[in-house]
Design a protein around this ligand. Structure first.
Ligand SMILES: *[C@@H]1O[C@H](CO)[C@@H](O)[C@H](O)[C@H]1NC(C)=O
Ligand SMILES: *[C@@H]1O[C@H](CO)[C@@H](O)[C@H](O)[C@H]1NC(C)=O
Ligand SMILES: *[C@@H]1O[C@H](CO)[C@@H](O)[C@H](O)[C@H]1NC(C)=O
Ligand SMILES: *[C@@H]1O[C@H](CO)[C@@H](O)[C@H](O)[C@H]1NC(C)=O
Ligand SMILES: *[C@@H]1O[C@H](CO)[C@@H](O)[C@H](O)[C@H]1NC(C)=O
Length: 533
């Protein structure tokens, strides 16, 4: 069967060459544990993923228990004009000028305009009027937007992101960023001197209308510019958590990885503004947000101040989903997924950077976490798989993915050496594995190799995990019970993909899996082998 024609060679060794696992085959049965609560999102996660891919959508609103989460939107730990007329942080303007110089050497959006801007910034006199009035002298501000970014080899366009320097005045109440400049307007602006941006880091025509639109307005210093009520010397970043957030895959791919890519080099000296603000979301990812920013997030939907900055981003830089590659404009600092997973472990104080090395401590068993699914793509013979894994020497733990229990679930994953799951958004949890741990993905029937590879397989490799994939045969799928053997799903599954998301979701994505243990066993042995290398 040509079911496993991936673009990536699988490096499974022939069984004859396999080293004998140095495992004590002493079976201690572990009662499968289940997390019963808060798993509403789990079943639908992977659907969304492919929804975006196929550009055929249905809005999915995860049901969360928001009430028990803190709804407080803490004020930023930045002084305000009423408390101090002299803006204490102005003392640091020289420090900030240094920062901007560094940025200049390595602009994120490599657009000549911006380089000019930074030069101007470098020599700009300090603002003496505490930002309460528009400066009387010449003010130079610049904007550069990266728009219509295509991704060759991937079916999405990249989202718009604008970078601004000079005199930025962010007025959440007016859903606007005023860019004060005496010189002529940038071509970025329309005839009204405006640029409208929906700052969600996934360009998704279906989703974008629900994203708050933020308008950058080009204004002259002598015009009626809003007065600063707070002034900062760090960059601002405005982004949305609309749309698919709450889905763990999308939390990572649409917000947190882009946020890491856009802002981690600021080393915490950056102020975030979040629009389409969701208190539970900010609460859930607080450990990551506070690792990236030293200041409390500002709720762009409700804030009443006018915040002034010398530098800022509207939108986030995105590469692929769980993939980031070096790029002279998007990723000039060459961040990798290894850097991102390290960041996650630091943020969540996850202890393990490395998996067990088999043979080093003979009494220790390698731990396998099976992420079970309760909706579609269930592993029907999970018990038998567990028994086989235990027989091979694994200590097996079973959990359902629970993105609402970020800390404890991340710890469970990090504590394991092998993660095993049927294709679905739960596999996103591979980001918490120690580097060089093993990810085993079971890929259901129906030519799902593109999804399997691009959503989870290649990211696993990029995170320097050891990756094993198992493509089921049609006999291992419940599709065989639902459709006659001459049905398209067996004769030409790609034809179903071509019919669009509806068909794909109804037919291919709705199968359960019962792996043939004889056929699957080598994959578990391969996982053991990889832990010995
Ligand atoms: C802003 O100033 C007012 C008045 O002094 C003060 O009560 C408030 O705490 C200040 N806010 C911040 C964020 O510092
Ligand atoms: C600015 O730099 C000086 C010297 O390095 C340091 O003493 C001062 O604390 C810095 N200010 C801020 C606000 O970081
Ligand atoms: C990033 O990688 C490129 C080559 O891929 C290299 O030329 C460049 O110097 C690297 N940049 C940094 C900051 O390491
Ligand atoms: C990213 O990871 C590489 C390789 O692991 C490392 O050399 C580099 O210092 C990391 N970059 C940052 C900014 O941490
Ligand atoms: C399981 O796989 C083995 C090896 O491919 C095959 O010989 C056997 O017939 C399969 N068992 C079932 C029940 O399909």
């Amino acid at each position: 069967m040509a079911t496993s024609s991936t673009a990536y060679a699988r490096n499974s060794k022939p069984l004859t060459e396999r080293k004998q696992p140095k495992i004590v085959k002493n079976i201690s049965k572990i009662e499968p544990k289940k997390l019963g609560l808060g798993l509403v999102a789990g079943c639908c996660l992977a659907l969304l993923t492919y929804i975006s891919l196929a550009k055929l959508f249905s809005i999915y609103s995860p049901v969360f228990d928001v009430s028990r989460l803190s709804t407080s939107n803490l004020s930023p730990s930045i002084s305000n004009s009423s408390s101090s007329p002299n803006f204490p942080q102005q003392n640091a303007i020289s420090n900030e000028t240094v920062k901007l110089k560094e940025t200049e050497e390595d602009p994120v959006l490599d657009i000549p305009e911006l380089k000019e801007t930074n030069k101007v910034q470098e020599t700009a006199p300090e603002d003496e009027n505490n930002g309460k009035e528009a400066p009387k002298g010449k003010t130079e501000s610049k904007i550069a937007c990266d728009e219509n970014g295509k991704d060759e080899g991937f079916p999405y366009a990249r989202p718009i992101v604008c970078e601004m320097t000079g005199d930025l005045r962010i007025s959440p109440k007016e859903k606007s960023v005023f860019l004060v400049s005496s010189s002529q307007q940038s071509t970025v602006f329309d005839q009204n001197g405006e640029k409208k941006v929906r700052p969600y880091a996934r360009k998704d025509d279906f989703l974008l209308p629900s994203v708050v639109e933020v308008t950058v307005k080009s204004v002259k210093p002598e015009s009626d510019v809003p007065k600063c009520t707070k002034k900062y010397n760090v960059p601002a970043v405005i982004f949305s958590v609309a749309g698919y957030t709450g889905n763990f895959f999308h939390d990572m791919s649409d917000v947190l990885i882009p946020l890491f890519l856009t802002t981690s080099h600021f080393k915490g000296e950056v102020q975030y503004f979040i629009t389409n603000y969701k208190p539970w979301w900010v609460h859930r990812y607080q450990p990551l947000l506070s690792k990236l920013s030293n200041y409390d997030v500002i709720n762009f939907d409700e804030d009443e101040e006018v915040h002034c900055f010398p530098h800022g981003f509207l939108g986030l830089i995105r590469d692929r989903d769980l993939i980031i590659y070096p790029n002279p404009t998007r990723n000039p600092r060459n961040y990798s997924m290894v850097n991102f997973t390290k960041f996650l472990r630091d943020s969540l104080s996850l202890k393990r950077d490395q998996p067990i090395i088999l043979g080093e401590s003979p009494k220790k068993k390698p731990k396998m976490l099976i992420i079970s699914r309760s909706g579609t793509r269930k592993l029907l013979n999970q018990k038998e798989v567990v028994a086989m894994a235990e027989e091979l020497g694994f200590e097996v733990i079973i959990k359902e993915a629970s993105p609402d229990q970020l800390q404890s679930f991340a710890e469970s994953v990090n504590n394991c050496d092998v993660l095993l799951a049927v294709h679905g958004a739960g596999i996103t949890n591979e980001i918490f594995l120690p580097t060089e741990a093993v990810m085993v993905q079971i890929v259901p029937w129906g030519k799902m190799d593109w999804m399997a590879t691009n959503f989870y397989g290649q990211p696993a490799r990029d995170m320097k995990l050891r990756y094993v994939e198992y493509y089921i045969d049609k006999d291992e799928s419940t599709l065989i019970e639902k459709y006659p053997s001459d049905h398209l799903v067996f004769t030409d599954p790609m034809a179903i993909h071509a019919q669009g998301w509806g068909q794909l979701a109804d037919i291919i994505m709705k199968q359960d899996v019962k792996v043939n243990l004889t056929r699957f066993r080598p994959s578990l042995l391969q996982a053991l082998d990889l832990l010995q290398e």
